[in-house]
Ligand binder design. Structure first.
Ligand code: PLP
Length: 411
């Protein structure tokens, strides 16, 4: 980049994350607005032809056209980068387009990727089917077995891709261990940090090179817009992603950027409050006789409880999954009937596959988010027909318990 940069917000040295979450961005405009402005403009006027030429040639950092970036989008990028402890960030139109940009920016035909088999369903499709069309091969491995990652690495491996914790089983991967494997292999490690957000987990501190976000989830936090981002070093963002963004245009709209930017201001307190409620609900679910198993990293019964507590700032996050008893009695169809019954008896929870909302959401992963997978892929991912996922919002836990008990008590 050039030495003529867009100015930064002036803050004292050593400022903390909570303050950055409400302050980082761009300096106010000439009007001195206190709340960040929404710049709904597709292009930017240039003072003269020579300056326009310098800016198009990247000799001077400035706003040109909103496919490249935009002041509101840049405020979101700078704020999210600060929260993740990254040098830079590039915003995208969705979480999936962040992963598309990741692939287009880092990979070429003949390259190989190692990816957790438990990542978001569309991520499996993108790596396993779409990128494969362009000659990029992906090996899917166990989320939790570090040896499998090591064994899958080849001389042409360029990228390791993980997500932690995963949806809906809340499996946790050891980011530091994966980073060591990536470094030895000369590959990049990308971590989808959607479920924890930087309020609970900062993968770069554990050696990740890139952090992927669906801004749609906790960053917005109120279920309003679709957004995404990649956080990484300035070199990776400027050299690998900015040129693809300019040509391919998976840009974030300024309106959506503004919504997510303002969402970041309350991220810390939302994650804290929602995680506290999730832990309480998970403990309660574990005590219900109709519940076979509860998946939540904050429970001592979770297989990677210790790792999760260390990596996730002592919090399990806000997503709880559980399995309703029934598979043993009537097989998968009966398990599915019972899970549907529990979901259909709720009156507070929203039946929707989204998560990260202040409104608690409930979903049946096997027939929704993971419905496009083959039965084999679902088995490998451990997603059974009796499983229900609850993404805990800010509803009172007592109301959530009553909501779930209505179905559980009448199975
Ligand atoms: C939702 C989600 C995505 C995709 O994000 P969109 O904004 O819906 O495109 C990617 N990864 C994880 C973990 C998600 O939950």
């Amino acid at each position: 980049m050039s030495d003529k940069r867009i100015p930064r917000v002036e803050l004292p040295e050593g400022i903390h994350l909570d303050t950055l979450a409400v302050r980082e961005g761009l300096p106010a405009s000439a009007w001195g607005e206190n709340s960040e402005a929404l710049f709904l403009t597709s292009s930017f006027r240039q003072p003269d032809a020579a300056t326009a030429a310098a800016r198009f040639a990247n000799e001077e950092e400035a706003f040109i056209y909103s496919r490249f970036t935009n002041p509101t989008v840049m405020m979101f990028e700078r704020r999210l980068a600060a929260l993740e402890g990254a040098q830079a960030c590039i915003a995208t139109s969705s979480g999936m387009s962040a992963i598309l940009l990741l692939g287009m920016g880092l990979l070429k035909a003949g390259d190989h990727v190692v990816c957790s088999q438990s990542v978001f369903g569309s991520t499996i499709m993108l790596f396993g089917r779409e990128f494969a069309k362009f000659g990029v091969e992906t090996t899917f491995v166990s989320q939790t077995d570090v040896a499998q990652w090591q064994q899958a690495v080849r001389p042409n491996t360029k990228l390791l891709f993980a997500e932690s914790p995963t949806n809906p089983l809340t499996e946790v991967c050891d980011i530091a261990a994966l980073s060591a494997i990536a470094k030895k292999a000369g590959a990049w490690l990308a971590v989808d940090n959607c479920f924890c957000s930087p309020a609970l987990q900062r993968p770069i501190e554990y050696g990740a090179d890139l952090v992927i976000h669906s801004g749609t989830k906790y960053l917005d936090g109120q279920g309003r817009v679709i957004a995404g981002a990649i956080c990484a070093s300035e070199a990776l963002v400027n050299e690998k992603f900015v040129p693809v963004m300019r040509s391919a245009g998976m840009s974030l709209s300024p309106f959506n950027a503004w919504v997510v930017l303002k969402g970041l201001e309350t991220l810390g307190i939302r994650m804290e409050a929602q995680s506290r409620r999730a832990l309480e609900l998970a403990r309660w679910l574990e005590a219900q006789p109709q519940v076979e198993r509860v998946y939540y990293p904050g429970l001592e019964s979770h297989p990677q409880h210790a790792l999760a507590m260390a990596q996730q700032s002592g919090s399990g996050g806000a997503v709880v999954s559980f399995v309703v008893r029934g598979q043993a009695e009537g097989g998968a169809p009966e398990a599915r009937r019972r899970a549907f019954h529990v979901i259909d008896q709720t009156r507070v929870c929203s039946i929707t596959a989204n998560l990260g909302d202040t409104k608690t959401t409930i979903t049946h992963p096997a027939s929704t988010s993971h419905g496009r997978l083959t039965e084999e892929q679902r088995q490998a991912a451990g997603i059974t027909q009796g499983m229900i996922r609850v993404a805990v919002g800010l509803d009172d836990v007592r109301d959530l318990q009553a909501d779930l008990l209505r179905g559980l008590a009448t199975l």
